[in-house]
Ligand binder design. Structure first.
Ligand SMILES: [Zn+2]
Length: 344
């Protein structure tokens, strides 16, 4: 089968690889009908050391179940399913607590351990706990929004939950990528009254406003902090969604939280130390977040997608075939596209 293989920074190719197949009795194999390229795929795209074997990329997909192992009970061939970016058994203590990204039998797609979904097919470990059956046809008009339930919409929602967004309160979103834009949707959905988007790309800001951002701050650093203070009566915001992961964005996030506020971080941190330890301490700011347990959120977000209350699929501004995936990486890396959908 054909799949997207990254061999090193800037080196993404479509290759023939061995067909995805059942290995464990708890596995399923799905034919991928939709996949996409994630902002987090751009980190290895910028930094990965060259390897001869490469890594099959992709951790977001919708597909049709082709085969299930002998121990799979709730998923069957022919089901249309959404695949969260992490697999999980659905049974362990952490899954029961809604933290599937810490499943004791879990792991992540598109890593050196498990092939990813920017491919014609993908093997799904722990199929019963991982996959979620969608109640629509494979070419339903809502497919782009449904695809975001595998990562970016659930991740934006997680940032909002971790930041303790509540009705009537003030929120800032740091980062105008697909996750930040979904964070705006999530903040509005949870009842935030003022939503300040920190970003500087005109197309993304326009979409953020349509999603519910009430204010935009395009300055950076100390100037951005000053602008957010001006917009919030000098206090800062109750909740900050940190959707980037760089030192500068984290410093800004903590600096614009008001005393007693929360920062929900979902941007993968690119450094060992967390900045702004002292302002976080003196202002009693709670810093929370991590890899989003999107599997826990699919059900509640799904009804809003199906009933048209949220349209996170609007973050996709380009649709390509598998052969064009290397160009899709370039487009996202050069900020020519917000998020690229792949139809293998
Ligand atoms: Zn588990």
């Amino acid at each position: 089968m054909r799949a997207t293989v990254m061999f090193g920074a800037g080196d993404v190719r479509i290759e023939n690889v061995p067909d995805a197949h059942l290995i464990e009795p708890t596995d399923a194999v799905i034919t991928v009908t939709r996949a996409c390229i994630c902002g987090s795929d751009l980190w290895p795209y910028k930094t990965m050391e060259h390897t001869d074997s490469g890594r099959v990329m992709g951790h977001e997909a919708i597909g049709i179940v082709e085969a299930v192992g002998a121990d799979v009970r709730t998923i069957k061939a022919g089901d249309l399913v959404v695949m969260p970016f992490a697999y999980s058994d659905g049974n362990c203590i952490f899954c029961h607590e809604g933290l599937q990204t810490s499943c004791i039998h879990g792991g992540f797609f598109g890593t050196s351990e498990l092939a990813g979904a920017q491919a014609e097919a993908v093997r799904i470990p722990q199929a019963d706990g991982t996959l979620f059956v969608l109640p629509v046809g494979k070419d339903d008009a809502l497919m782009p929004s449904l695809l975001t339930l595998s990562d970016v919409m659930g991740t934006g929602h997680h940032a909002a939950v971790a930041a303790k967004v509540a009705p009537g309160e003030t929120v800032a979103v740091v980062g105008d990528g697909a996750v930040g834009l979904c964070g705006v949707i999530a903040a509005r959905r949870l009842g935030a009254e003022q939503i300040i988007m920190l970003g500087r790309h005109a197309d993304r800001i326009a979409l953020a406003r349509e999603f519910g951002a009430t204010d935009v701050v395009s300055e950076r650093g100390a100037e951005a902090v000053e602008r957010v203070r001006e917009l919030t009566g000098g206090f800062g915001v109750h909740s900050v969604l940190e959707c980037v992961g760089l030192d500068e964005s984290m410093l800004t996030a903590i600096s614009i939280a008001r005393p007693g506020g929360g920062v929900g971080r979902v941007g993968v941190p690119q450094h060992e130390l967390m900045p702004a330890s002292q302002p976080a301490f003196y202002n009693n700011v709670t810093v929370s977040g991590g890899p989003a347990p999107v599997r826990a959120y699919i059900e509640e977000l799904l009804s809003d997608v199906l009933e048209g209350r949220i349209e996170p699929g609007r973050v996709f501004d380009r649709v390509i075939g598998l052969d064009e995936v290397p160009a899709g990486y370039r487009a996202m890396n050069e900020r020519e596209a917000i998020k690229v959908m792949v139809e293998p």
